[in-house]
Design a protein around this ligand. Sequence first.
Ligand code: UD1
Ligand code: UDP
Length: 360
Amino acid sequence: MKVITVVGARPQFIKAAVVSEALKGVCEEKIVHTGQHYDANMSDVFFEELGIPKPAYNLGVGSGTHGHQTGEMLMKIEDVLLAEKPDVLLVYGDTNSTIAGALAASKLHIPVAHVEAGLRSYNMRMPEEQNRVLTDHISHWLFCPTQTAVDNLKKEGIVQGVQLTGDVMLDSVLHFLEVARRNPQKAAIFEALGIAPKQYRLATLHRAETTDGGLEAIVRIFRAFEQLPQRVVIPIHPRTRKLAEQAIAQEGFHNIQLIDPVGYLEMLLLTSNACQVLTDSGGLQKEAWFMEVPCITLRKETEWVETLDGNWNVLADLTTEDILQKALHTVPDPAARGKLPFGDGKASQKIAEALKRETE
Ligand code: UD1
Ligand code: UDP
């Protein structure tokens, strides 16, 4: 069996790290990097640190409008598929690289395997929602991280090829958090940043709904961060950097520490030691949940509804007042943590076994 995996954005590299490992010995896998993320700290660092096989192709697509970016990926992925003739096209999540890979393969009648299938925010204005709904409807194998995802697909009439595997990001945290903890070089980040465990909050911001509000939206968020009793460390996504710097220069905030994006191992250490996470990221919400760190999600909805049980994750409107109120007064309930909604940490293995079984 020959698998072509298409990845392009940071969270996809992290998911591919564990799945590619599980696919070793099961099939011939070739990775295609679309080039959607290209800065060294948004791409290379993950391949190097997490031992992801070097991409067989880097399509160098880079940034652009949705149409330009997705269109260029589509053309270039089609060329690869025509040359490689794989048995399976594997994609992750909900980015433009996901839909481009799935669509290119589907038109060539190459079956698509979608990891992280079935998630829904039911907000069709989100580019991610468009990408994931479309990808699910042209996928042959749909690997779901949660029962909610399976149920969401059923509501859309998709039952064939659906499998509940658990979340590959749980596999990833279970494996790499130990790796990070054993590496003294990674722990040096606390000293370098001048922070002590549980004495800081960790935030990330990059989603279109956040940045589309421009400087005003970022200032509103930062005004809340400024009033929190602990420092807020923000590994800033390149999409948000300029706005964040402008907001700090304009308002003179001093409780906010902007840093460059960090590698995954450092990020796991920063997350597990934070007293709270504030984020609009999909992945980080869940990592906080896995590590029992309370999270405030700066969005109107979440696809990861299980994390809301017992207030381990709460949604906040993008207003200074709501963020501050939720960040200061939310108390998570330890009794709500009995269930295992994201599986048993063996999702990658289940995906590899399913693909082997299905293509034999
Ligand atoms: C993309 C995904 C989003 C995912 C996120 C993960 C889509 C539509 N969005 O959003 O679902 O949560 O990745 O991080 O696919 N940039 C750089 N260097 C880079 C990459 C990006 O400077 O290496 C800057 C560019 O100015 C670019 C902007 O960030 O225009 C946005 O990048 P893009 O890949 O289009 O979207 P993300 O916001 O990263
Ligand atoms: N992440 C990282 N370094 C950072 C910020 C995030 O390694 O500086 C990791 C984070 O731990 C999570 C993933 O990137 O595993 C989330 O990616 P992102 O927030 O960019 O995308 P989303 O999950 O929202 O699609």
